[in-house]
Design a protein around this ligand. Sequence first.
Ligand code: SF4
Length: 317
Amino acid sequence: MNNESIRVSYGTAIVLGLLKARQDVPPTTAYLLFDKGCIGNCSFCSRANGNKESQKLSRIIWPEFSFTTILEKLTTVPLPFKRVCLQTGFNPQMNDILKELVKKLVATGISTSMTLSPSQTDLALEMLAMGIDHVGIGLDAATEKTYTEHKRKNWQTDWPSLQTLLYKAGSQIEVHLIFGLGDTEEDFIKRIDAIVAAGGKVSLFALTPVNGGEAPEISAYRRVQAFRFLCENGVISSQNCRFNDGRLINYGITETALVAALQHGDAFRTSGCGNCNRPYYNERPGQVFYNYPRALSTSEFAQALSEMGMEMTAELF
Ligand code: SF4
C-alpha cells in the first residue's frame, strides 16, 4: 500500500503541476482513477476486461503517479481543488486497498466522492460511514435491456438494491447515467424520475463511442438534460411530459416557464456532486459541449435552447 500508484486525469495533473500543457477549462474536482484488476466488462469502456494497455477512460488520458505525491499536491495550500473524486473499477478483491486509499483521502479534510458499481451498495454505505461525502453509482443504462446488453450485469438484483440505497442515503448518491446506449428519451426520463423519486440525483453523461456506437444527437441530449434539471428542481416529473414514439415533445409547462426554469443555461452544465465539472469527458476541445463545464454565455444558452428543437421563440430569453 505504501508504494501504491494512482492514475489522475490529464486535466487534474495539469492543475497539480505534474504536467505542463495548455488548458482551456480546468477541472474543479480532482479526478483520480483506481481500477487495478477491473473485472467489469462494460461495452463502452476503453479499459474494460483487463485492457491494461489503454491509458484512457472515456475520452480522458489518465497518467499514473505515486499516491503519496498526489496527496501532497492535493493538500498544498492554497488548495488546488475543493473536491476529490476517486473513480474505481469493479473488483471486490481490491476492497481493502480501496478502503486504505479512502481513509487517506478523507483524512485530508477535502470533500471526497467516489464511484462504485450498482452491485456494491453495501460498500457504498460503508464508505459513507468512513467519511466519503458522496458516492457516484455507475448504473449507466436506463432499462433492463440496455443494462444487460452494455453493463452485462443483473438488472433484477442491481436496480432494487440501488433503490434501497437511495432510500437510505439518497442525498449523498449521484447515479451516473449515459444517454446514447439505446434507451429512448422516454425510458431515460422515466429512469431519472425514479431515481429522483427515491431521493437521489443524476449525473448525466453522453455516450463517448470509443468502442463503436454513436454519440447521441445533441437535440435529444439537450431535451434529456433539461428534464434532469427540471425534475431535480421539483419543477416537473415525467408525468407532465408528452412523448411521441419515445421522443420528448412537450414538458407540460409554458415556454416562458420552461426557459425561466432552465436558469440561464445552468440546466446544460455538468451535473453531479458540487464542484464536479468533468471538462472534456464527452467531447474534444473546440466541439460543442454536451455538458458545459462552466456557466454558459447568453449566446450559448440561446444555442442550447435552439438545439432542444422545441420551436421556441428568441424573445423568450
Ligand atoms: S458526480 Fe462527479 S464528483 Fe460525483 S461521483 Fe460522479 S464524477 Fe465523481
